[in-house]
Design a protein around this ligand. Structure first.
Ligand code: ZN
Length: 177
């Protein structure tokens, strides 16, 4: 178990599609534990997807204030309504964008014991599930941000993703499994 470095926007790894988890091996559990440790090591976190720690597997972890959720091979069963609000990503600290999401989602997934679970939520939980699941398909919140603009949390400056990556002090890193 260990806190891992978070892969930054601009790294091609975040644009790749993650593979399904075929069986829950000790290695998969280690990755899940690393995801949890890394999630809780970051302030202001809500969710983290395996590609963000360099692992192209379909696993996400989340805590939107209601406790830890671990989803393996999540699949959307239902989405309804619409919400629009500020969204951020641990792979691009200090920036936010205005993103439209479904207000309600229902997903099926597997937990670390290999049991099938159903999770449903509205508001922040629904937003977080959609954001993290996008990571498994190489999609990033800026793709859906209004006008593809993002804003600096500190200065409020509006910029493109390319500008934000250039300004970011976080160096892209590469950890392909
Ligand atoms: Zn993200």
């Amino acid at each position: 178990m260990a806190v891992q470095s978070i892969v930054s926007f601009g790294d091609i790894l975040l644009r790749k599609k993650a593979k399904h988890v075929i069986s829950i091996t000790p290695r998969m559990i280690r990755i899940l534990n690393d995801l949890v440790d890394t999630l809780y090591a970051v302030e202001g976190r809500a969710g983290l997807a395996a590609p963000q720690i360099g692992i192209l597997r379909r696993m996400i972890v989340m805590d939107c204030g209601q406790g830890l959720m671990e989803l393996i091979n999540p699949q959307i069963l239902d989405m309804r309504g619409e919400q629009k609000g500020p969204e951020a990503c641990l792979s691009l600290p200090h920036y936010i964008g205005a993103v439209k999401r479904a207000e309600y989602v229902k997903v099926r997934a597997m937990n670390r014991h290999g049991e099938h679970i159903i999770i449903e939520g509205t508001g922040l939980i629904a937003r977080c599930i959609q954001h993290e699941m996008d990571h498994l398909d190489g999609k990033l919140f800026v793709d859906f941000a209004e006008g593809n603009w993002i804003y600096s949390r500190t200065s409020g400056d509006k910029m493109s993703l390319a500008d934000a990556i250039n300004l970011s002090k976080h160096r892209p890193m590469r950890m392909v499994e």
